[in-house]
Design a protein around this ligand. Structure first.
Ligand code: SF4
Length: 480
């Protein structure tokens, strides 16, 4: 095996000039946990791995160039979303120009969904890792990129053709993984920020304790973990938080799992561990309404749960039934009230512009959300990602502009039949304005002065950017 190191890159997806004016970066900057997990796994197997996170440092072309010139890595890996893939490919070509011997490998949901098509169309990509990255990447690096036919989960080029070696069947026991290599992220944890009003104190971070989701919502891309669901034990989770506390002084953790409470016993055990040996930390998590009850919520509150996010998507029962299993809005409303009753903040996750959306369904969503004790919500613009079930026939359901670089859920690139982009934009702004002008909501934000003082500090510092976004409804004020 080569002694050369490996560089792992998290591409930005747009220019560094635009990054300075990007409201999404100011509002929420999450560490690239997938890359930090792969780096830790590689290091555990004797392979030196470093990370460049272009989100944390948008001016990072220079850092990548310097690294490649000085360290001559054997591989440069890129973890890309749909919107950052083209930028990742640009960086791969740039790396190749400096050192043609470097091999490039891409991972993440976008390339896992498109597999062979990526190798066929993008010459800067030598390998695609499909699905879970740790073992496939390790085997690839140890092979040096030659004789890779036996490595499951890989797409490579052979005689000008793309070859997929097939899905990996053996998946890792998540308790066998080392903790992510947070120390490889320059500026961690101070540089990374949770969304404002989503945490009580700093330093904070996101953290992952499970992989996958057994549900099959029409709009959700699950190309990486498919329908599997695996999780860390309560004991591992407790030790992970203890590590974050001791090494980085973290005081609040956002569990970035799709289904934190899917295994009730695990969460109960984790809460008891925290209650018996307090770490002085709080946490947020995301749940599906079917997997919470009042007893569990009370226990979670005692253990430090500060906020729970859950998917609502739409308040129109007919539209919900087209896109999601168990489309029971009454049950969902009951669970939201229980979270509130347990003393935990509620964040609703909604989507606008799904196939079948209409003025009437948007009105129903507003009425539904505003009738509930929802403290915060996120309204995203529906985007058909290549790995989602809807992507297959989305052109029959409306007009889709498949511009990957703009597919970040902040543009209406899909217009459902019967709607226009202009009208969707108007209704989108109206949804947010109606929320932020309700007295109850405003009082809730006043209370954040003492519940999350750092959020207010950030809000004041970036007030002009937020104000411009509220009026222009544009993520960036400069061109990409
Ligand atoms: S939207 Fe949530 S519940 Fe639905 S498939 Fe995706 S992760 Fe699972």
């Amino acid at each position: 095996m080569s002694e050369k190191p490996v560089l792992l890159v998290h591409p930005l997806g747009y220019s560094k000039e635009a990054a300075r004016a990007d409201i999404a970066r100011k509002a929420n900057l999450m560490p690239p946990l997938g890359l930090a997990m792969i780096a830790a796994w590689l290091e555990n197997h004797g392979i030196t791995a470093d990370i460049v996170d272009c989100f944390a440092d948008p001016d990072s072309d220079r850092a990548i160039v310097d690294y490649v010139r000085e360290k001559r890595p054997a591989f440069v890996g890129f973890s890309c979303t749909t919107s950052s893939f083209i930028d990742g490919h640009r960086l791969a070509l740039m790396v190749r120009d400096i050192d043609p011997a470097v091999k490039t490998v891409f991972g993440g949901a976008h390339v896992s969904a498109l597999r062979e098509k990526v190798i066929e169309k993008y010459p800067g990509v030598d390998f695609v890792v499909v699905g879970e990255g740790e073992e496939c990447t390790r085997e690839l690096i140890e092979s040096g990129g030659d004789g890779v036919e036996g490595i499951k989960g890989l797409v490579y080029r052979s005689a000008g053709m793309a070859v997929f070696t097939g899905f990996r069947k053996e998946l890792l026991d998540l308790d066998s993984l080392p903790f992510p290599a947070y120390e490889k992220l320059v500026g961690f944890p101070e540089k990374y920020k949770l969304p404002i009003f989503n945490y009580p104190h700093t330093p904070s971070t996101s953290c992952i304790s499970s992989r996958g989701c057994p549900y099959a919502c029409s709009y959700c891309d699950r190309s990486v973990f498919r329908r599997s669901f695996r999780y860390n034990s309560a004991d591992y989770l407790y030790r992970h938080l203890q590590y974050l506390k001791e090494k980085f002084a973290i005081r609040h953790v956002n569990f970035y799992d799709d289904q934190f409470t899917f295994n009730r016993e695990r969460v109960e055990e984790f809460c008891r561990l925290i209650m018996d040996n307090s770490l002085g930390m709080t946490f947020n998590c995301a749940v599906r309404a079917e997997h919470i009850d009042f007893d569990l919520l009370k226990l979670m509150k005692k253990a430090g749960c500060w906020m729970i996010s859950l998917g609502i998507e739409t308040g129109d029962p007919d539209l919900l039934a087209q896109h999601r299993q168990n489309p029971d809005l009454e049950m969902l409303a009951g669970k939201i009230r229980l979270i509130h009753k347990a003393g935990i903040r509620v964040k609703g996750l909604l989507m606008m512009g799904l196939p079948g959306e209409s003025e009437s369904s948007i009105k129903k969503s507003m009425e539904y959300v505003f009738s509930l004790p929802v403290d915060d919500f996120n309204l995203s613009k529906f985007t058909p990602f290549p790995g989602s079930p809807l992507y297959q026939n989305v052109n029959d359901l409306g007009e889709f502009t498949e511009d990957w670089e703009r597919m970040d859920c902040m543009d209406f690139l899909f217009i459902p039949n019967g709607m226009t982009r202009e009208r969707l934009d108007e209704l989108f702004i109206n949804f947010y304005k109606s929320h932020y002008t309700r007295i109850k909501v405003l009082l809730g934000y006043v209370a954040m002065l003492w519940k999350s003082p750092d959020s207010w500090r950030r809000f004041i510092v970036d007030f002009l950017s937020f104000w411009r976004f509220a009026h222009a409804n544009r993520r960036m004020m400069k061109k990409k």
